[in-house]
Design a protein around this ligand. Sequence first.
Ligand code: ARG
Length: 723
Amino acid sequence: MRRLVLAAALSAGLISSAHAVEGMWQPAQLPSIAATLKQHGLKLDPNTLTDLTAYPMGAIVSLGGCTASFVSPQGLVVTNHHCAYGALQYNSTPQKNLIVDGFLAKTHAEELPGDPNMRVFVTEEIRDVTKDITGKLTDTMSGAERHKAIEQATKAQVKACEIEGYRCDVYTFHGGYSYQLIRQLEIKDVRVVYAPPESIGKFGGDVDNWMWPRHTGDFSYLRAYVSKDGKSAPYAKDNVPYQPKHVLKLNPQGLEEGDYVMVTGYPGRTNRYRLADEVQSAIDWTYPTQIKVYEDTLDIINTAGKADPKAAVKYASMVASLNNYLKNFGGQLEGLRRADAVAVKRTQEAQLETWLKQQGGADNQALVADIGKLRQAIEEEKTTRERTLDIGLVTRSAMLGNALRLVRLSKERAKPDMERDASYQQRNEVRIEGALTQMERRYDPTVDQQLLVYGLKRYLALPKAQRLPALDAWLGDAANDAQIAQKVAALYAGSQFGNVDERLKWFKADSKAIEASNDSLLKLAVALQPQLQKVEDEQDARAGAMSKLRPRYMQAMIAWKDAQHLPVYPDANSSLRVTFGNVQGVAPRDGVNYAPFTTAQGIVEKATGKEPFNAPQAELAAIKAKAFDGYASKKLGTLPVDFLADLDITGGNSGSPALDAEGRLVGLAFDGNWESVSGDWLFNPALNRSIQVDVRYMLWVMHHLDHADNLLREMGVPAASSK
Ligand code: ARG
């Protein structure tokens, strides 16, 4: 295909000032943009990047929400500090706080198990199954029927694919325009090996988050374990390190300005093909509402945490995540307004429709009509969005949420496996068990109760017709904070759910036993479950209707772009993607020009001694003495810390390896600049930058400050010349 529009515009000498190539490409798409990849400096044959079981793709793994990569034949995995944050929190107490202090296992025996639901996924195969999923769909199906048919076909594909130790899942692309079956090795024993202290790993904290210039050492190491016979197995003391087929080579020299760089990883969600009405609703309702809810939630947790250090540790991971999103939502609002995103999308839609009409033909007219229907469906979704949010807030209570999960599981278990709701099939029971087991370490009764009270208060403001009779009946005439709090306190007092053995006992129980239970939480959950099921069924029917309309829009979009010779990459959907570009700075505002690298000097400039700018004394002293042990950049004349590149990443890419032109590790992506936040909706090549921690800073911190030379040796990094 003719994909040279962009490539032709780039002359080799101009690459460092060239604009980004927007796109989170599927590995299989790369050969079709081979010329552009070459223009930007890729030395590898793009075809090698399509083989998931070859170097380097075979070394890239998903942590389910973050990305990572194998860096030693003994299953050593490198990712971001903020991706191991939960595992550090899981192993922390106020007395021994691994987030604050950092952690280094000098031997395998010292490594710490993560929570039972922690995973390393290695993608081995991606196969198109669109025909298998959509083959039996008909135009006359209702939304509910359509949803069911897609779910059944999906379950059949998964069942045919999955074998012991592997996970198969069907991923939806372009809202249902195509479906792909992805097979991943699932490693279930993941341990913490090394993390620098928070004063390095999260230096700058939430003040610097989503910002440049940045000086964060956002990296850490985990290790994947399997059973003695090399199979995927849950944590067991005598499991052995997994031996990956491919391990990333390191380039300890790192990159300089203008160099080619690519990031391979698992971006979670983007909204690049949403309609103008959806952008408008995100601006008017979604982000402002979420901001309020997240602020209130943080208030509750932080107040409790001040009074009780134990609670602070238990919610440390949740607080970090809430703060990260909170700032992100603010950035979305600011960015969408600045870019006039609604108007841009409206213009685009109008152009698309004009083009369709110009093409003529009944098919194109039908597409125009379906886009109209999509707009209607989007409008209808608004009527229940507050209810969806409030139910989510009520059921996010660890206690009530888990009780509801158990009630549902007991009902689903009564059905044949293929008839069960997908999340409750046998293959997922271990996840539910894991959630029940690990609850303690992220739960405090006072906080959990207050969060539930908060959710209930919001829920009570819903119109009567949208409320759940069973919940109303239980609430009785409780209306204000104190009355609701009293109800909730009684609910918790009458339950044994705070006890893990009790929860696991109910995990094994059948629905009869659960329905006969006297536990106050189970009783409420039993009463609520059928009504929540009704809500879920309604949502499924909506999703079914959408799964017909959204692909029609995408069909039109793809045809339109194709007519302009523009390749179309799908919105992020947690599947493996590649983004490529060059190391380069950015000019975000008039008169402001940011350099592509930050250096060790900046750490000294920012250091205040107070969190989050409390760089360790040893680090400050080493920087002042220029004790960079040979890791400094010759070009910069000092130690690089973080760098910018014009790469297209989003949440989920965290921990992704940044690779040089030959596919060697030169850093880890961990964030984007402020202007890139709203890039989830509308990518602006002039302003969008990804932020990576530089491999030279990682190696220097490991060697000079944390004495993790055992890991450097393991990765085969040549001993640094201690200057
Ligand atoms: N913004 C980063 C991301 O979403 C997370 C950074 C974590 N650090 C922090 N200060 N909250 O991938």
